[in-house]
Write a protein that binds this ligand. Structure first.
Ligand code: PLP
Length: 404
């Protein structure tokens, strides 16, 4: 039989968050090593259980969840999502504007496929959550990366955005709060991006999955500062509601409906081609959005996540040659390695060697399409003890690799 070759369309499509380094970690685990995982944005393995009423509701509704649902999602869930946005300033969101998917990660490729012609360009942040860059490529578009500036608390550089706009640019992606940098964007920054989108007729894709995971500042929906533009806002239950395994996410289209009717039809077609999102998790959406909303026990003054963020920030900055900004939101620190003090062939090699040497798993910066100096992402979900342990292992590793 001839070789079965993968499509050439996959050349250049990367998702290293599940690539060579985490695969090596699995191999080490299979050999009996205990790996300290500081690479995951998944609350479940770190004793952040799904709130009890949500689990109860899923179990309770299982019997009623055996058939397909409407392709856009259950009416009750979409109503709850519409109401969630109405109560946070997007007064005009209606049920018809909401599409439910198997997590935001399923909806990102759909939203791009419904928009892009071959060769159309999309402005994507660097660093980014890499599903965005990959999904632009899968839709035969071109991702143009705009800088989020480490010297400006990782805020998007409006100058760089404007420089990268060409006649082929169709859309801009904003991740706020940001994975991997932890930045939360002030209203002014969003207004600046909206002005550029308005001037150049761009669609705005706003990935707001961490909208409630906030330590400092306030979260603003870009759709609220740009009600006159076509904004596609994404969120879901994977982070603040701690249920990534159940897969429940959504997108909401705002802006003048008359301008987006063709795009909406395209999205409906793509949604119907995959029939529907999984129905048991859709039943949890109304309970989650209608139930107890505060996550102060996690992000408040004595919240577990806040304490972990503070400790990680303090310990990592205390290691010679490492430097990171304190995250204002989301679940990560994005840490710089001083190239004068340590030289690694690549940041992926750094992560690989750290894993082999110390059994500590972090994610290298270039996995987030960050191509500057060496960086890595350090997740703050593990416990205080694990964070101390990880910092200790990092320090030992770097001491053994310091340039002399
Ligand atoms: N968007 C961002 C910025 C993320 O960090 C993640 C997951 O880590 C996702 C989307 C994926 O979310 P979901 O679980 O809803 O697919």
């Amino acid at each position: 039989m001839k070789q079965v070759l993968q499509s050439s369309k996959l050349a250049g499509i990367r998702y290293e968050l599940r690539g060579r380094v985490p695969r090596a970690a699995k191999e080490l685990e299979a050999l009996g090593h205990r790996i300290l995982n500081m690479n995951l944005g998944d609350p479940a393995p770190f004793a952040f259980p799904v709130p009890e009423p949500i689990v109860h509701d899923i179990i309770h509704n299982l019997g009623r969840a055996q058939g397909y649902s409407d392709s856009k999602g259950l009416f009750s869930a979409r109503t709850a999502i519409a109401q969630h946005y109405q109560s946070s300033g997007l007064l005009d969101v209606q049920v018809e504007d909401v599409f439910i998917g198997n997590g935001v990660s399923e909806l990102i490729p759909m939203a791009l496929q419904a928009l892009l012609e071959d060769g159309d360009e999309v402005l994507v942040p660097t660093p980014d959550f890499p599903v965005w860059t990959a999904a632009v490529g899968l839709a035969d578009g071109i991702a143009r990366h705009y800088l989020c500036d480490p010297d400006d608390n990782w805020l998007p550089s409006l100058e760089d955005i404007e420089r990268k706009i060409t006649p082929r640019t169709r859309a801009i992606v904003i991740i706020n709060p940001n994975n991997p940098t932890g930045a939360v964007y002030p209203e002014e920054t969003l207004k600046g991006i909206a002005d550029l989108a308005r001037k150049h007729d761009l669609v705005i894709f706003a990935d707001e999955i961490y909208e409630k995971v906030l330590f400092e500042g306030r979260h603003f929906h870009v759709a609220a500062v740009a009600p006159d533009l076509c904004c596609i806002t994404f969120s879901g239950l994977s982070k603040a509601y701690r249920m990534p395994g159940y897969r429940a996410g959504w997108l909401v289209i705002t802006g003048p409906r008359s301008a987006s009717s063709s795009y909406r039809e395209g999205l409906e077609l793509l949604a119907s081609l995959r029939l529907c999102a999984n129905v048991p998790a859709q039943h949890a959406i109304q309970t989650a959005l209608g139930g107890y909303q505060s996550i102060d026990d996690l992000v408040g003054p004595k919240g577990r996540l806040r304490l972990q963020r503070d400790l990680a920030h303090q310990l990592l900055n205390g290691i010679p040659g490492l430097e990171c900004v304190r995250a204002s939101g989301a679940l990560y620190l994005f840490v710089r390695i001083d190239p004068q003090m340590y030289s690694f062939a690549s940041d992926e090699d750094f992560a690989y060697e750290l894993l082999q040497d110390q059994k500590l798993l972090v994610t290298h910066g270039s996995a987030f399409n960050w191509f500057g100096t060496h960086y890595f992402r350090f997740a703050i979900l593990p416990s205080l003890t694990e964070i101390e342990d990880a910092a200790h292992r990092l320090r030992s590793f770097l001491e053994s690799r310091a340039n002399t």
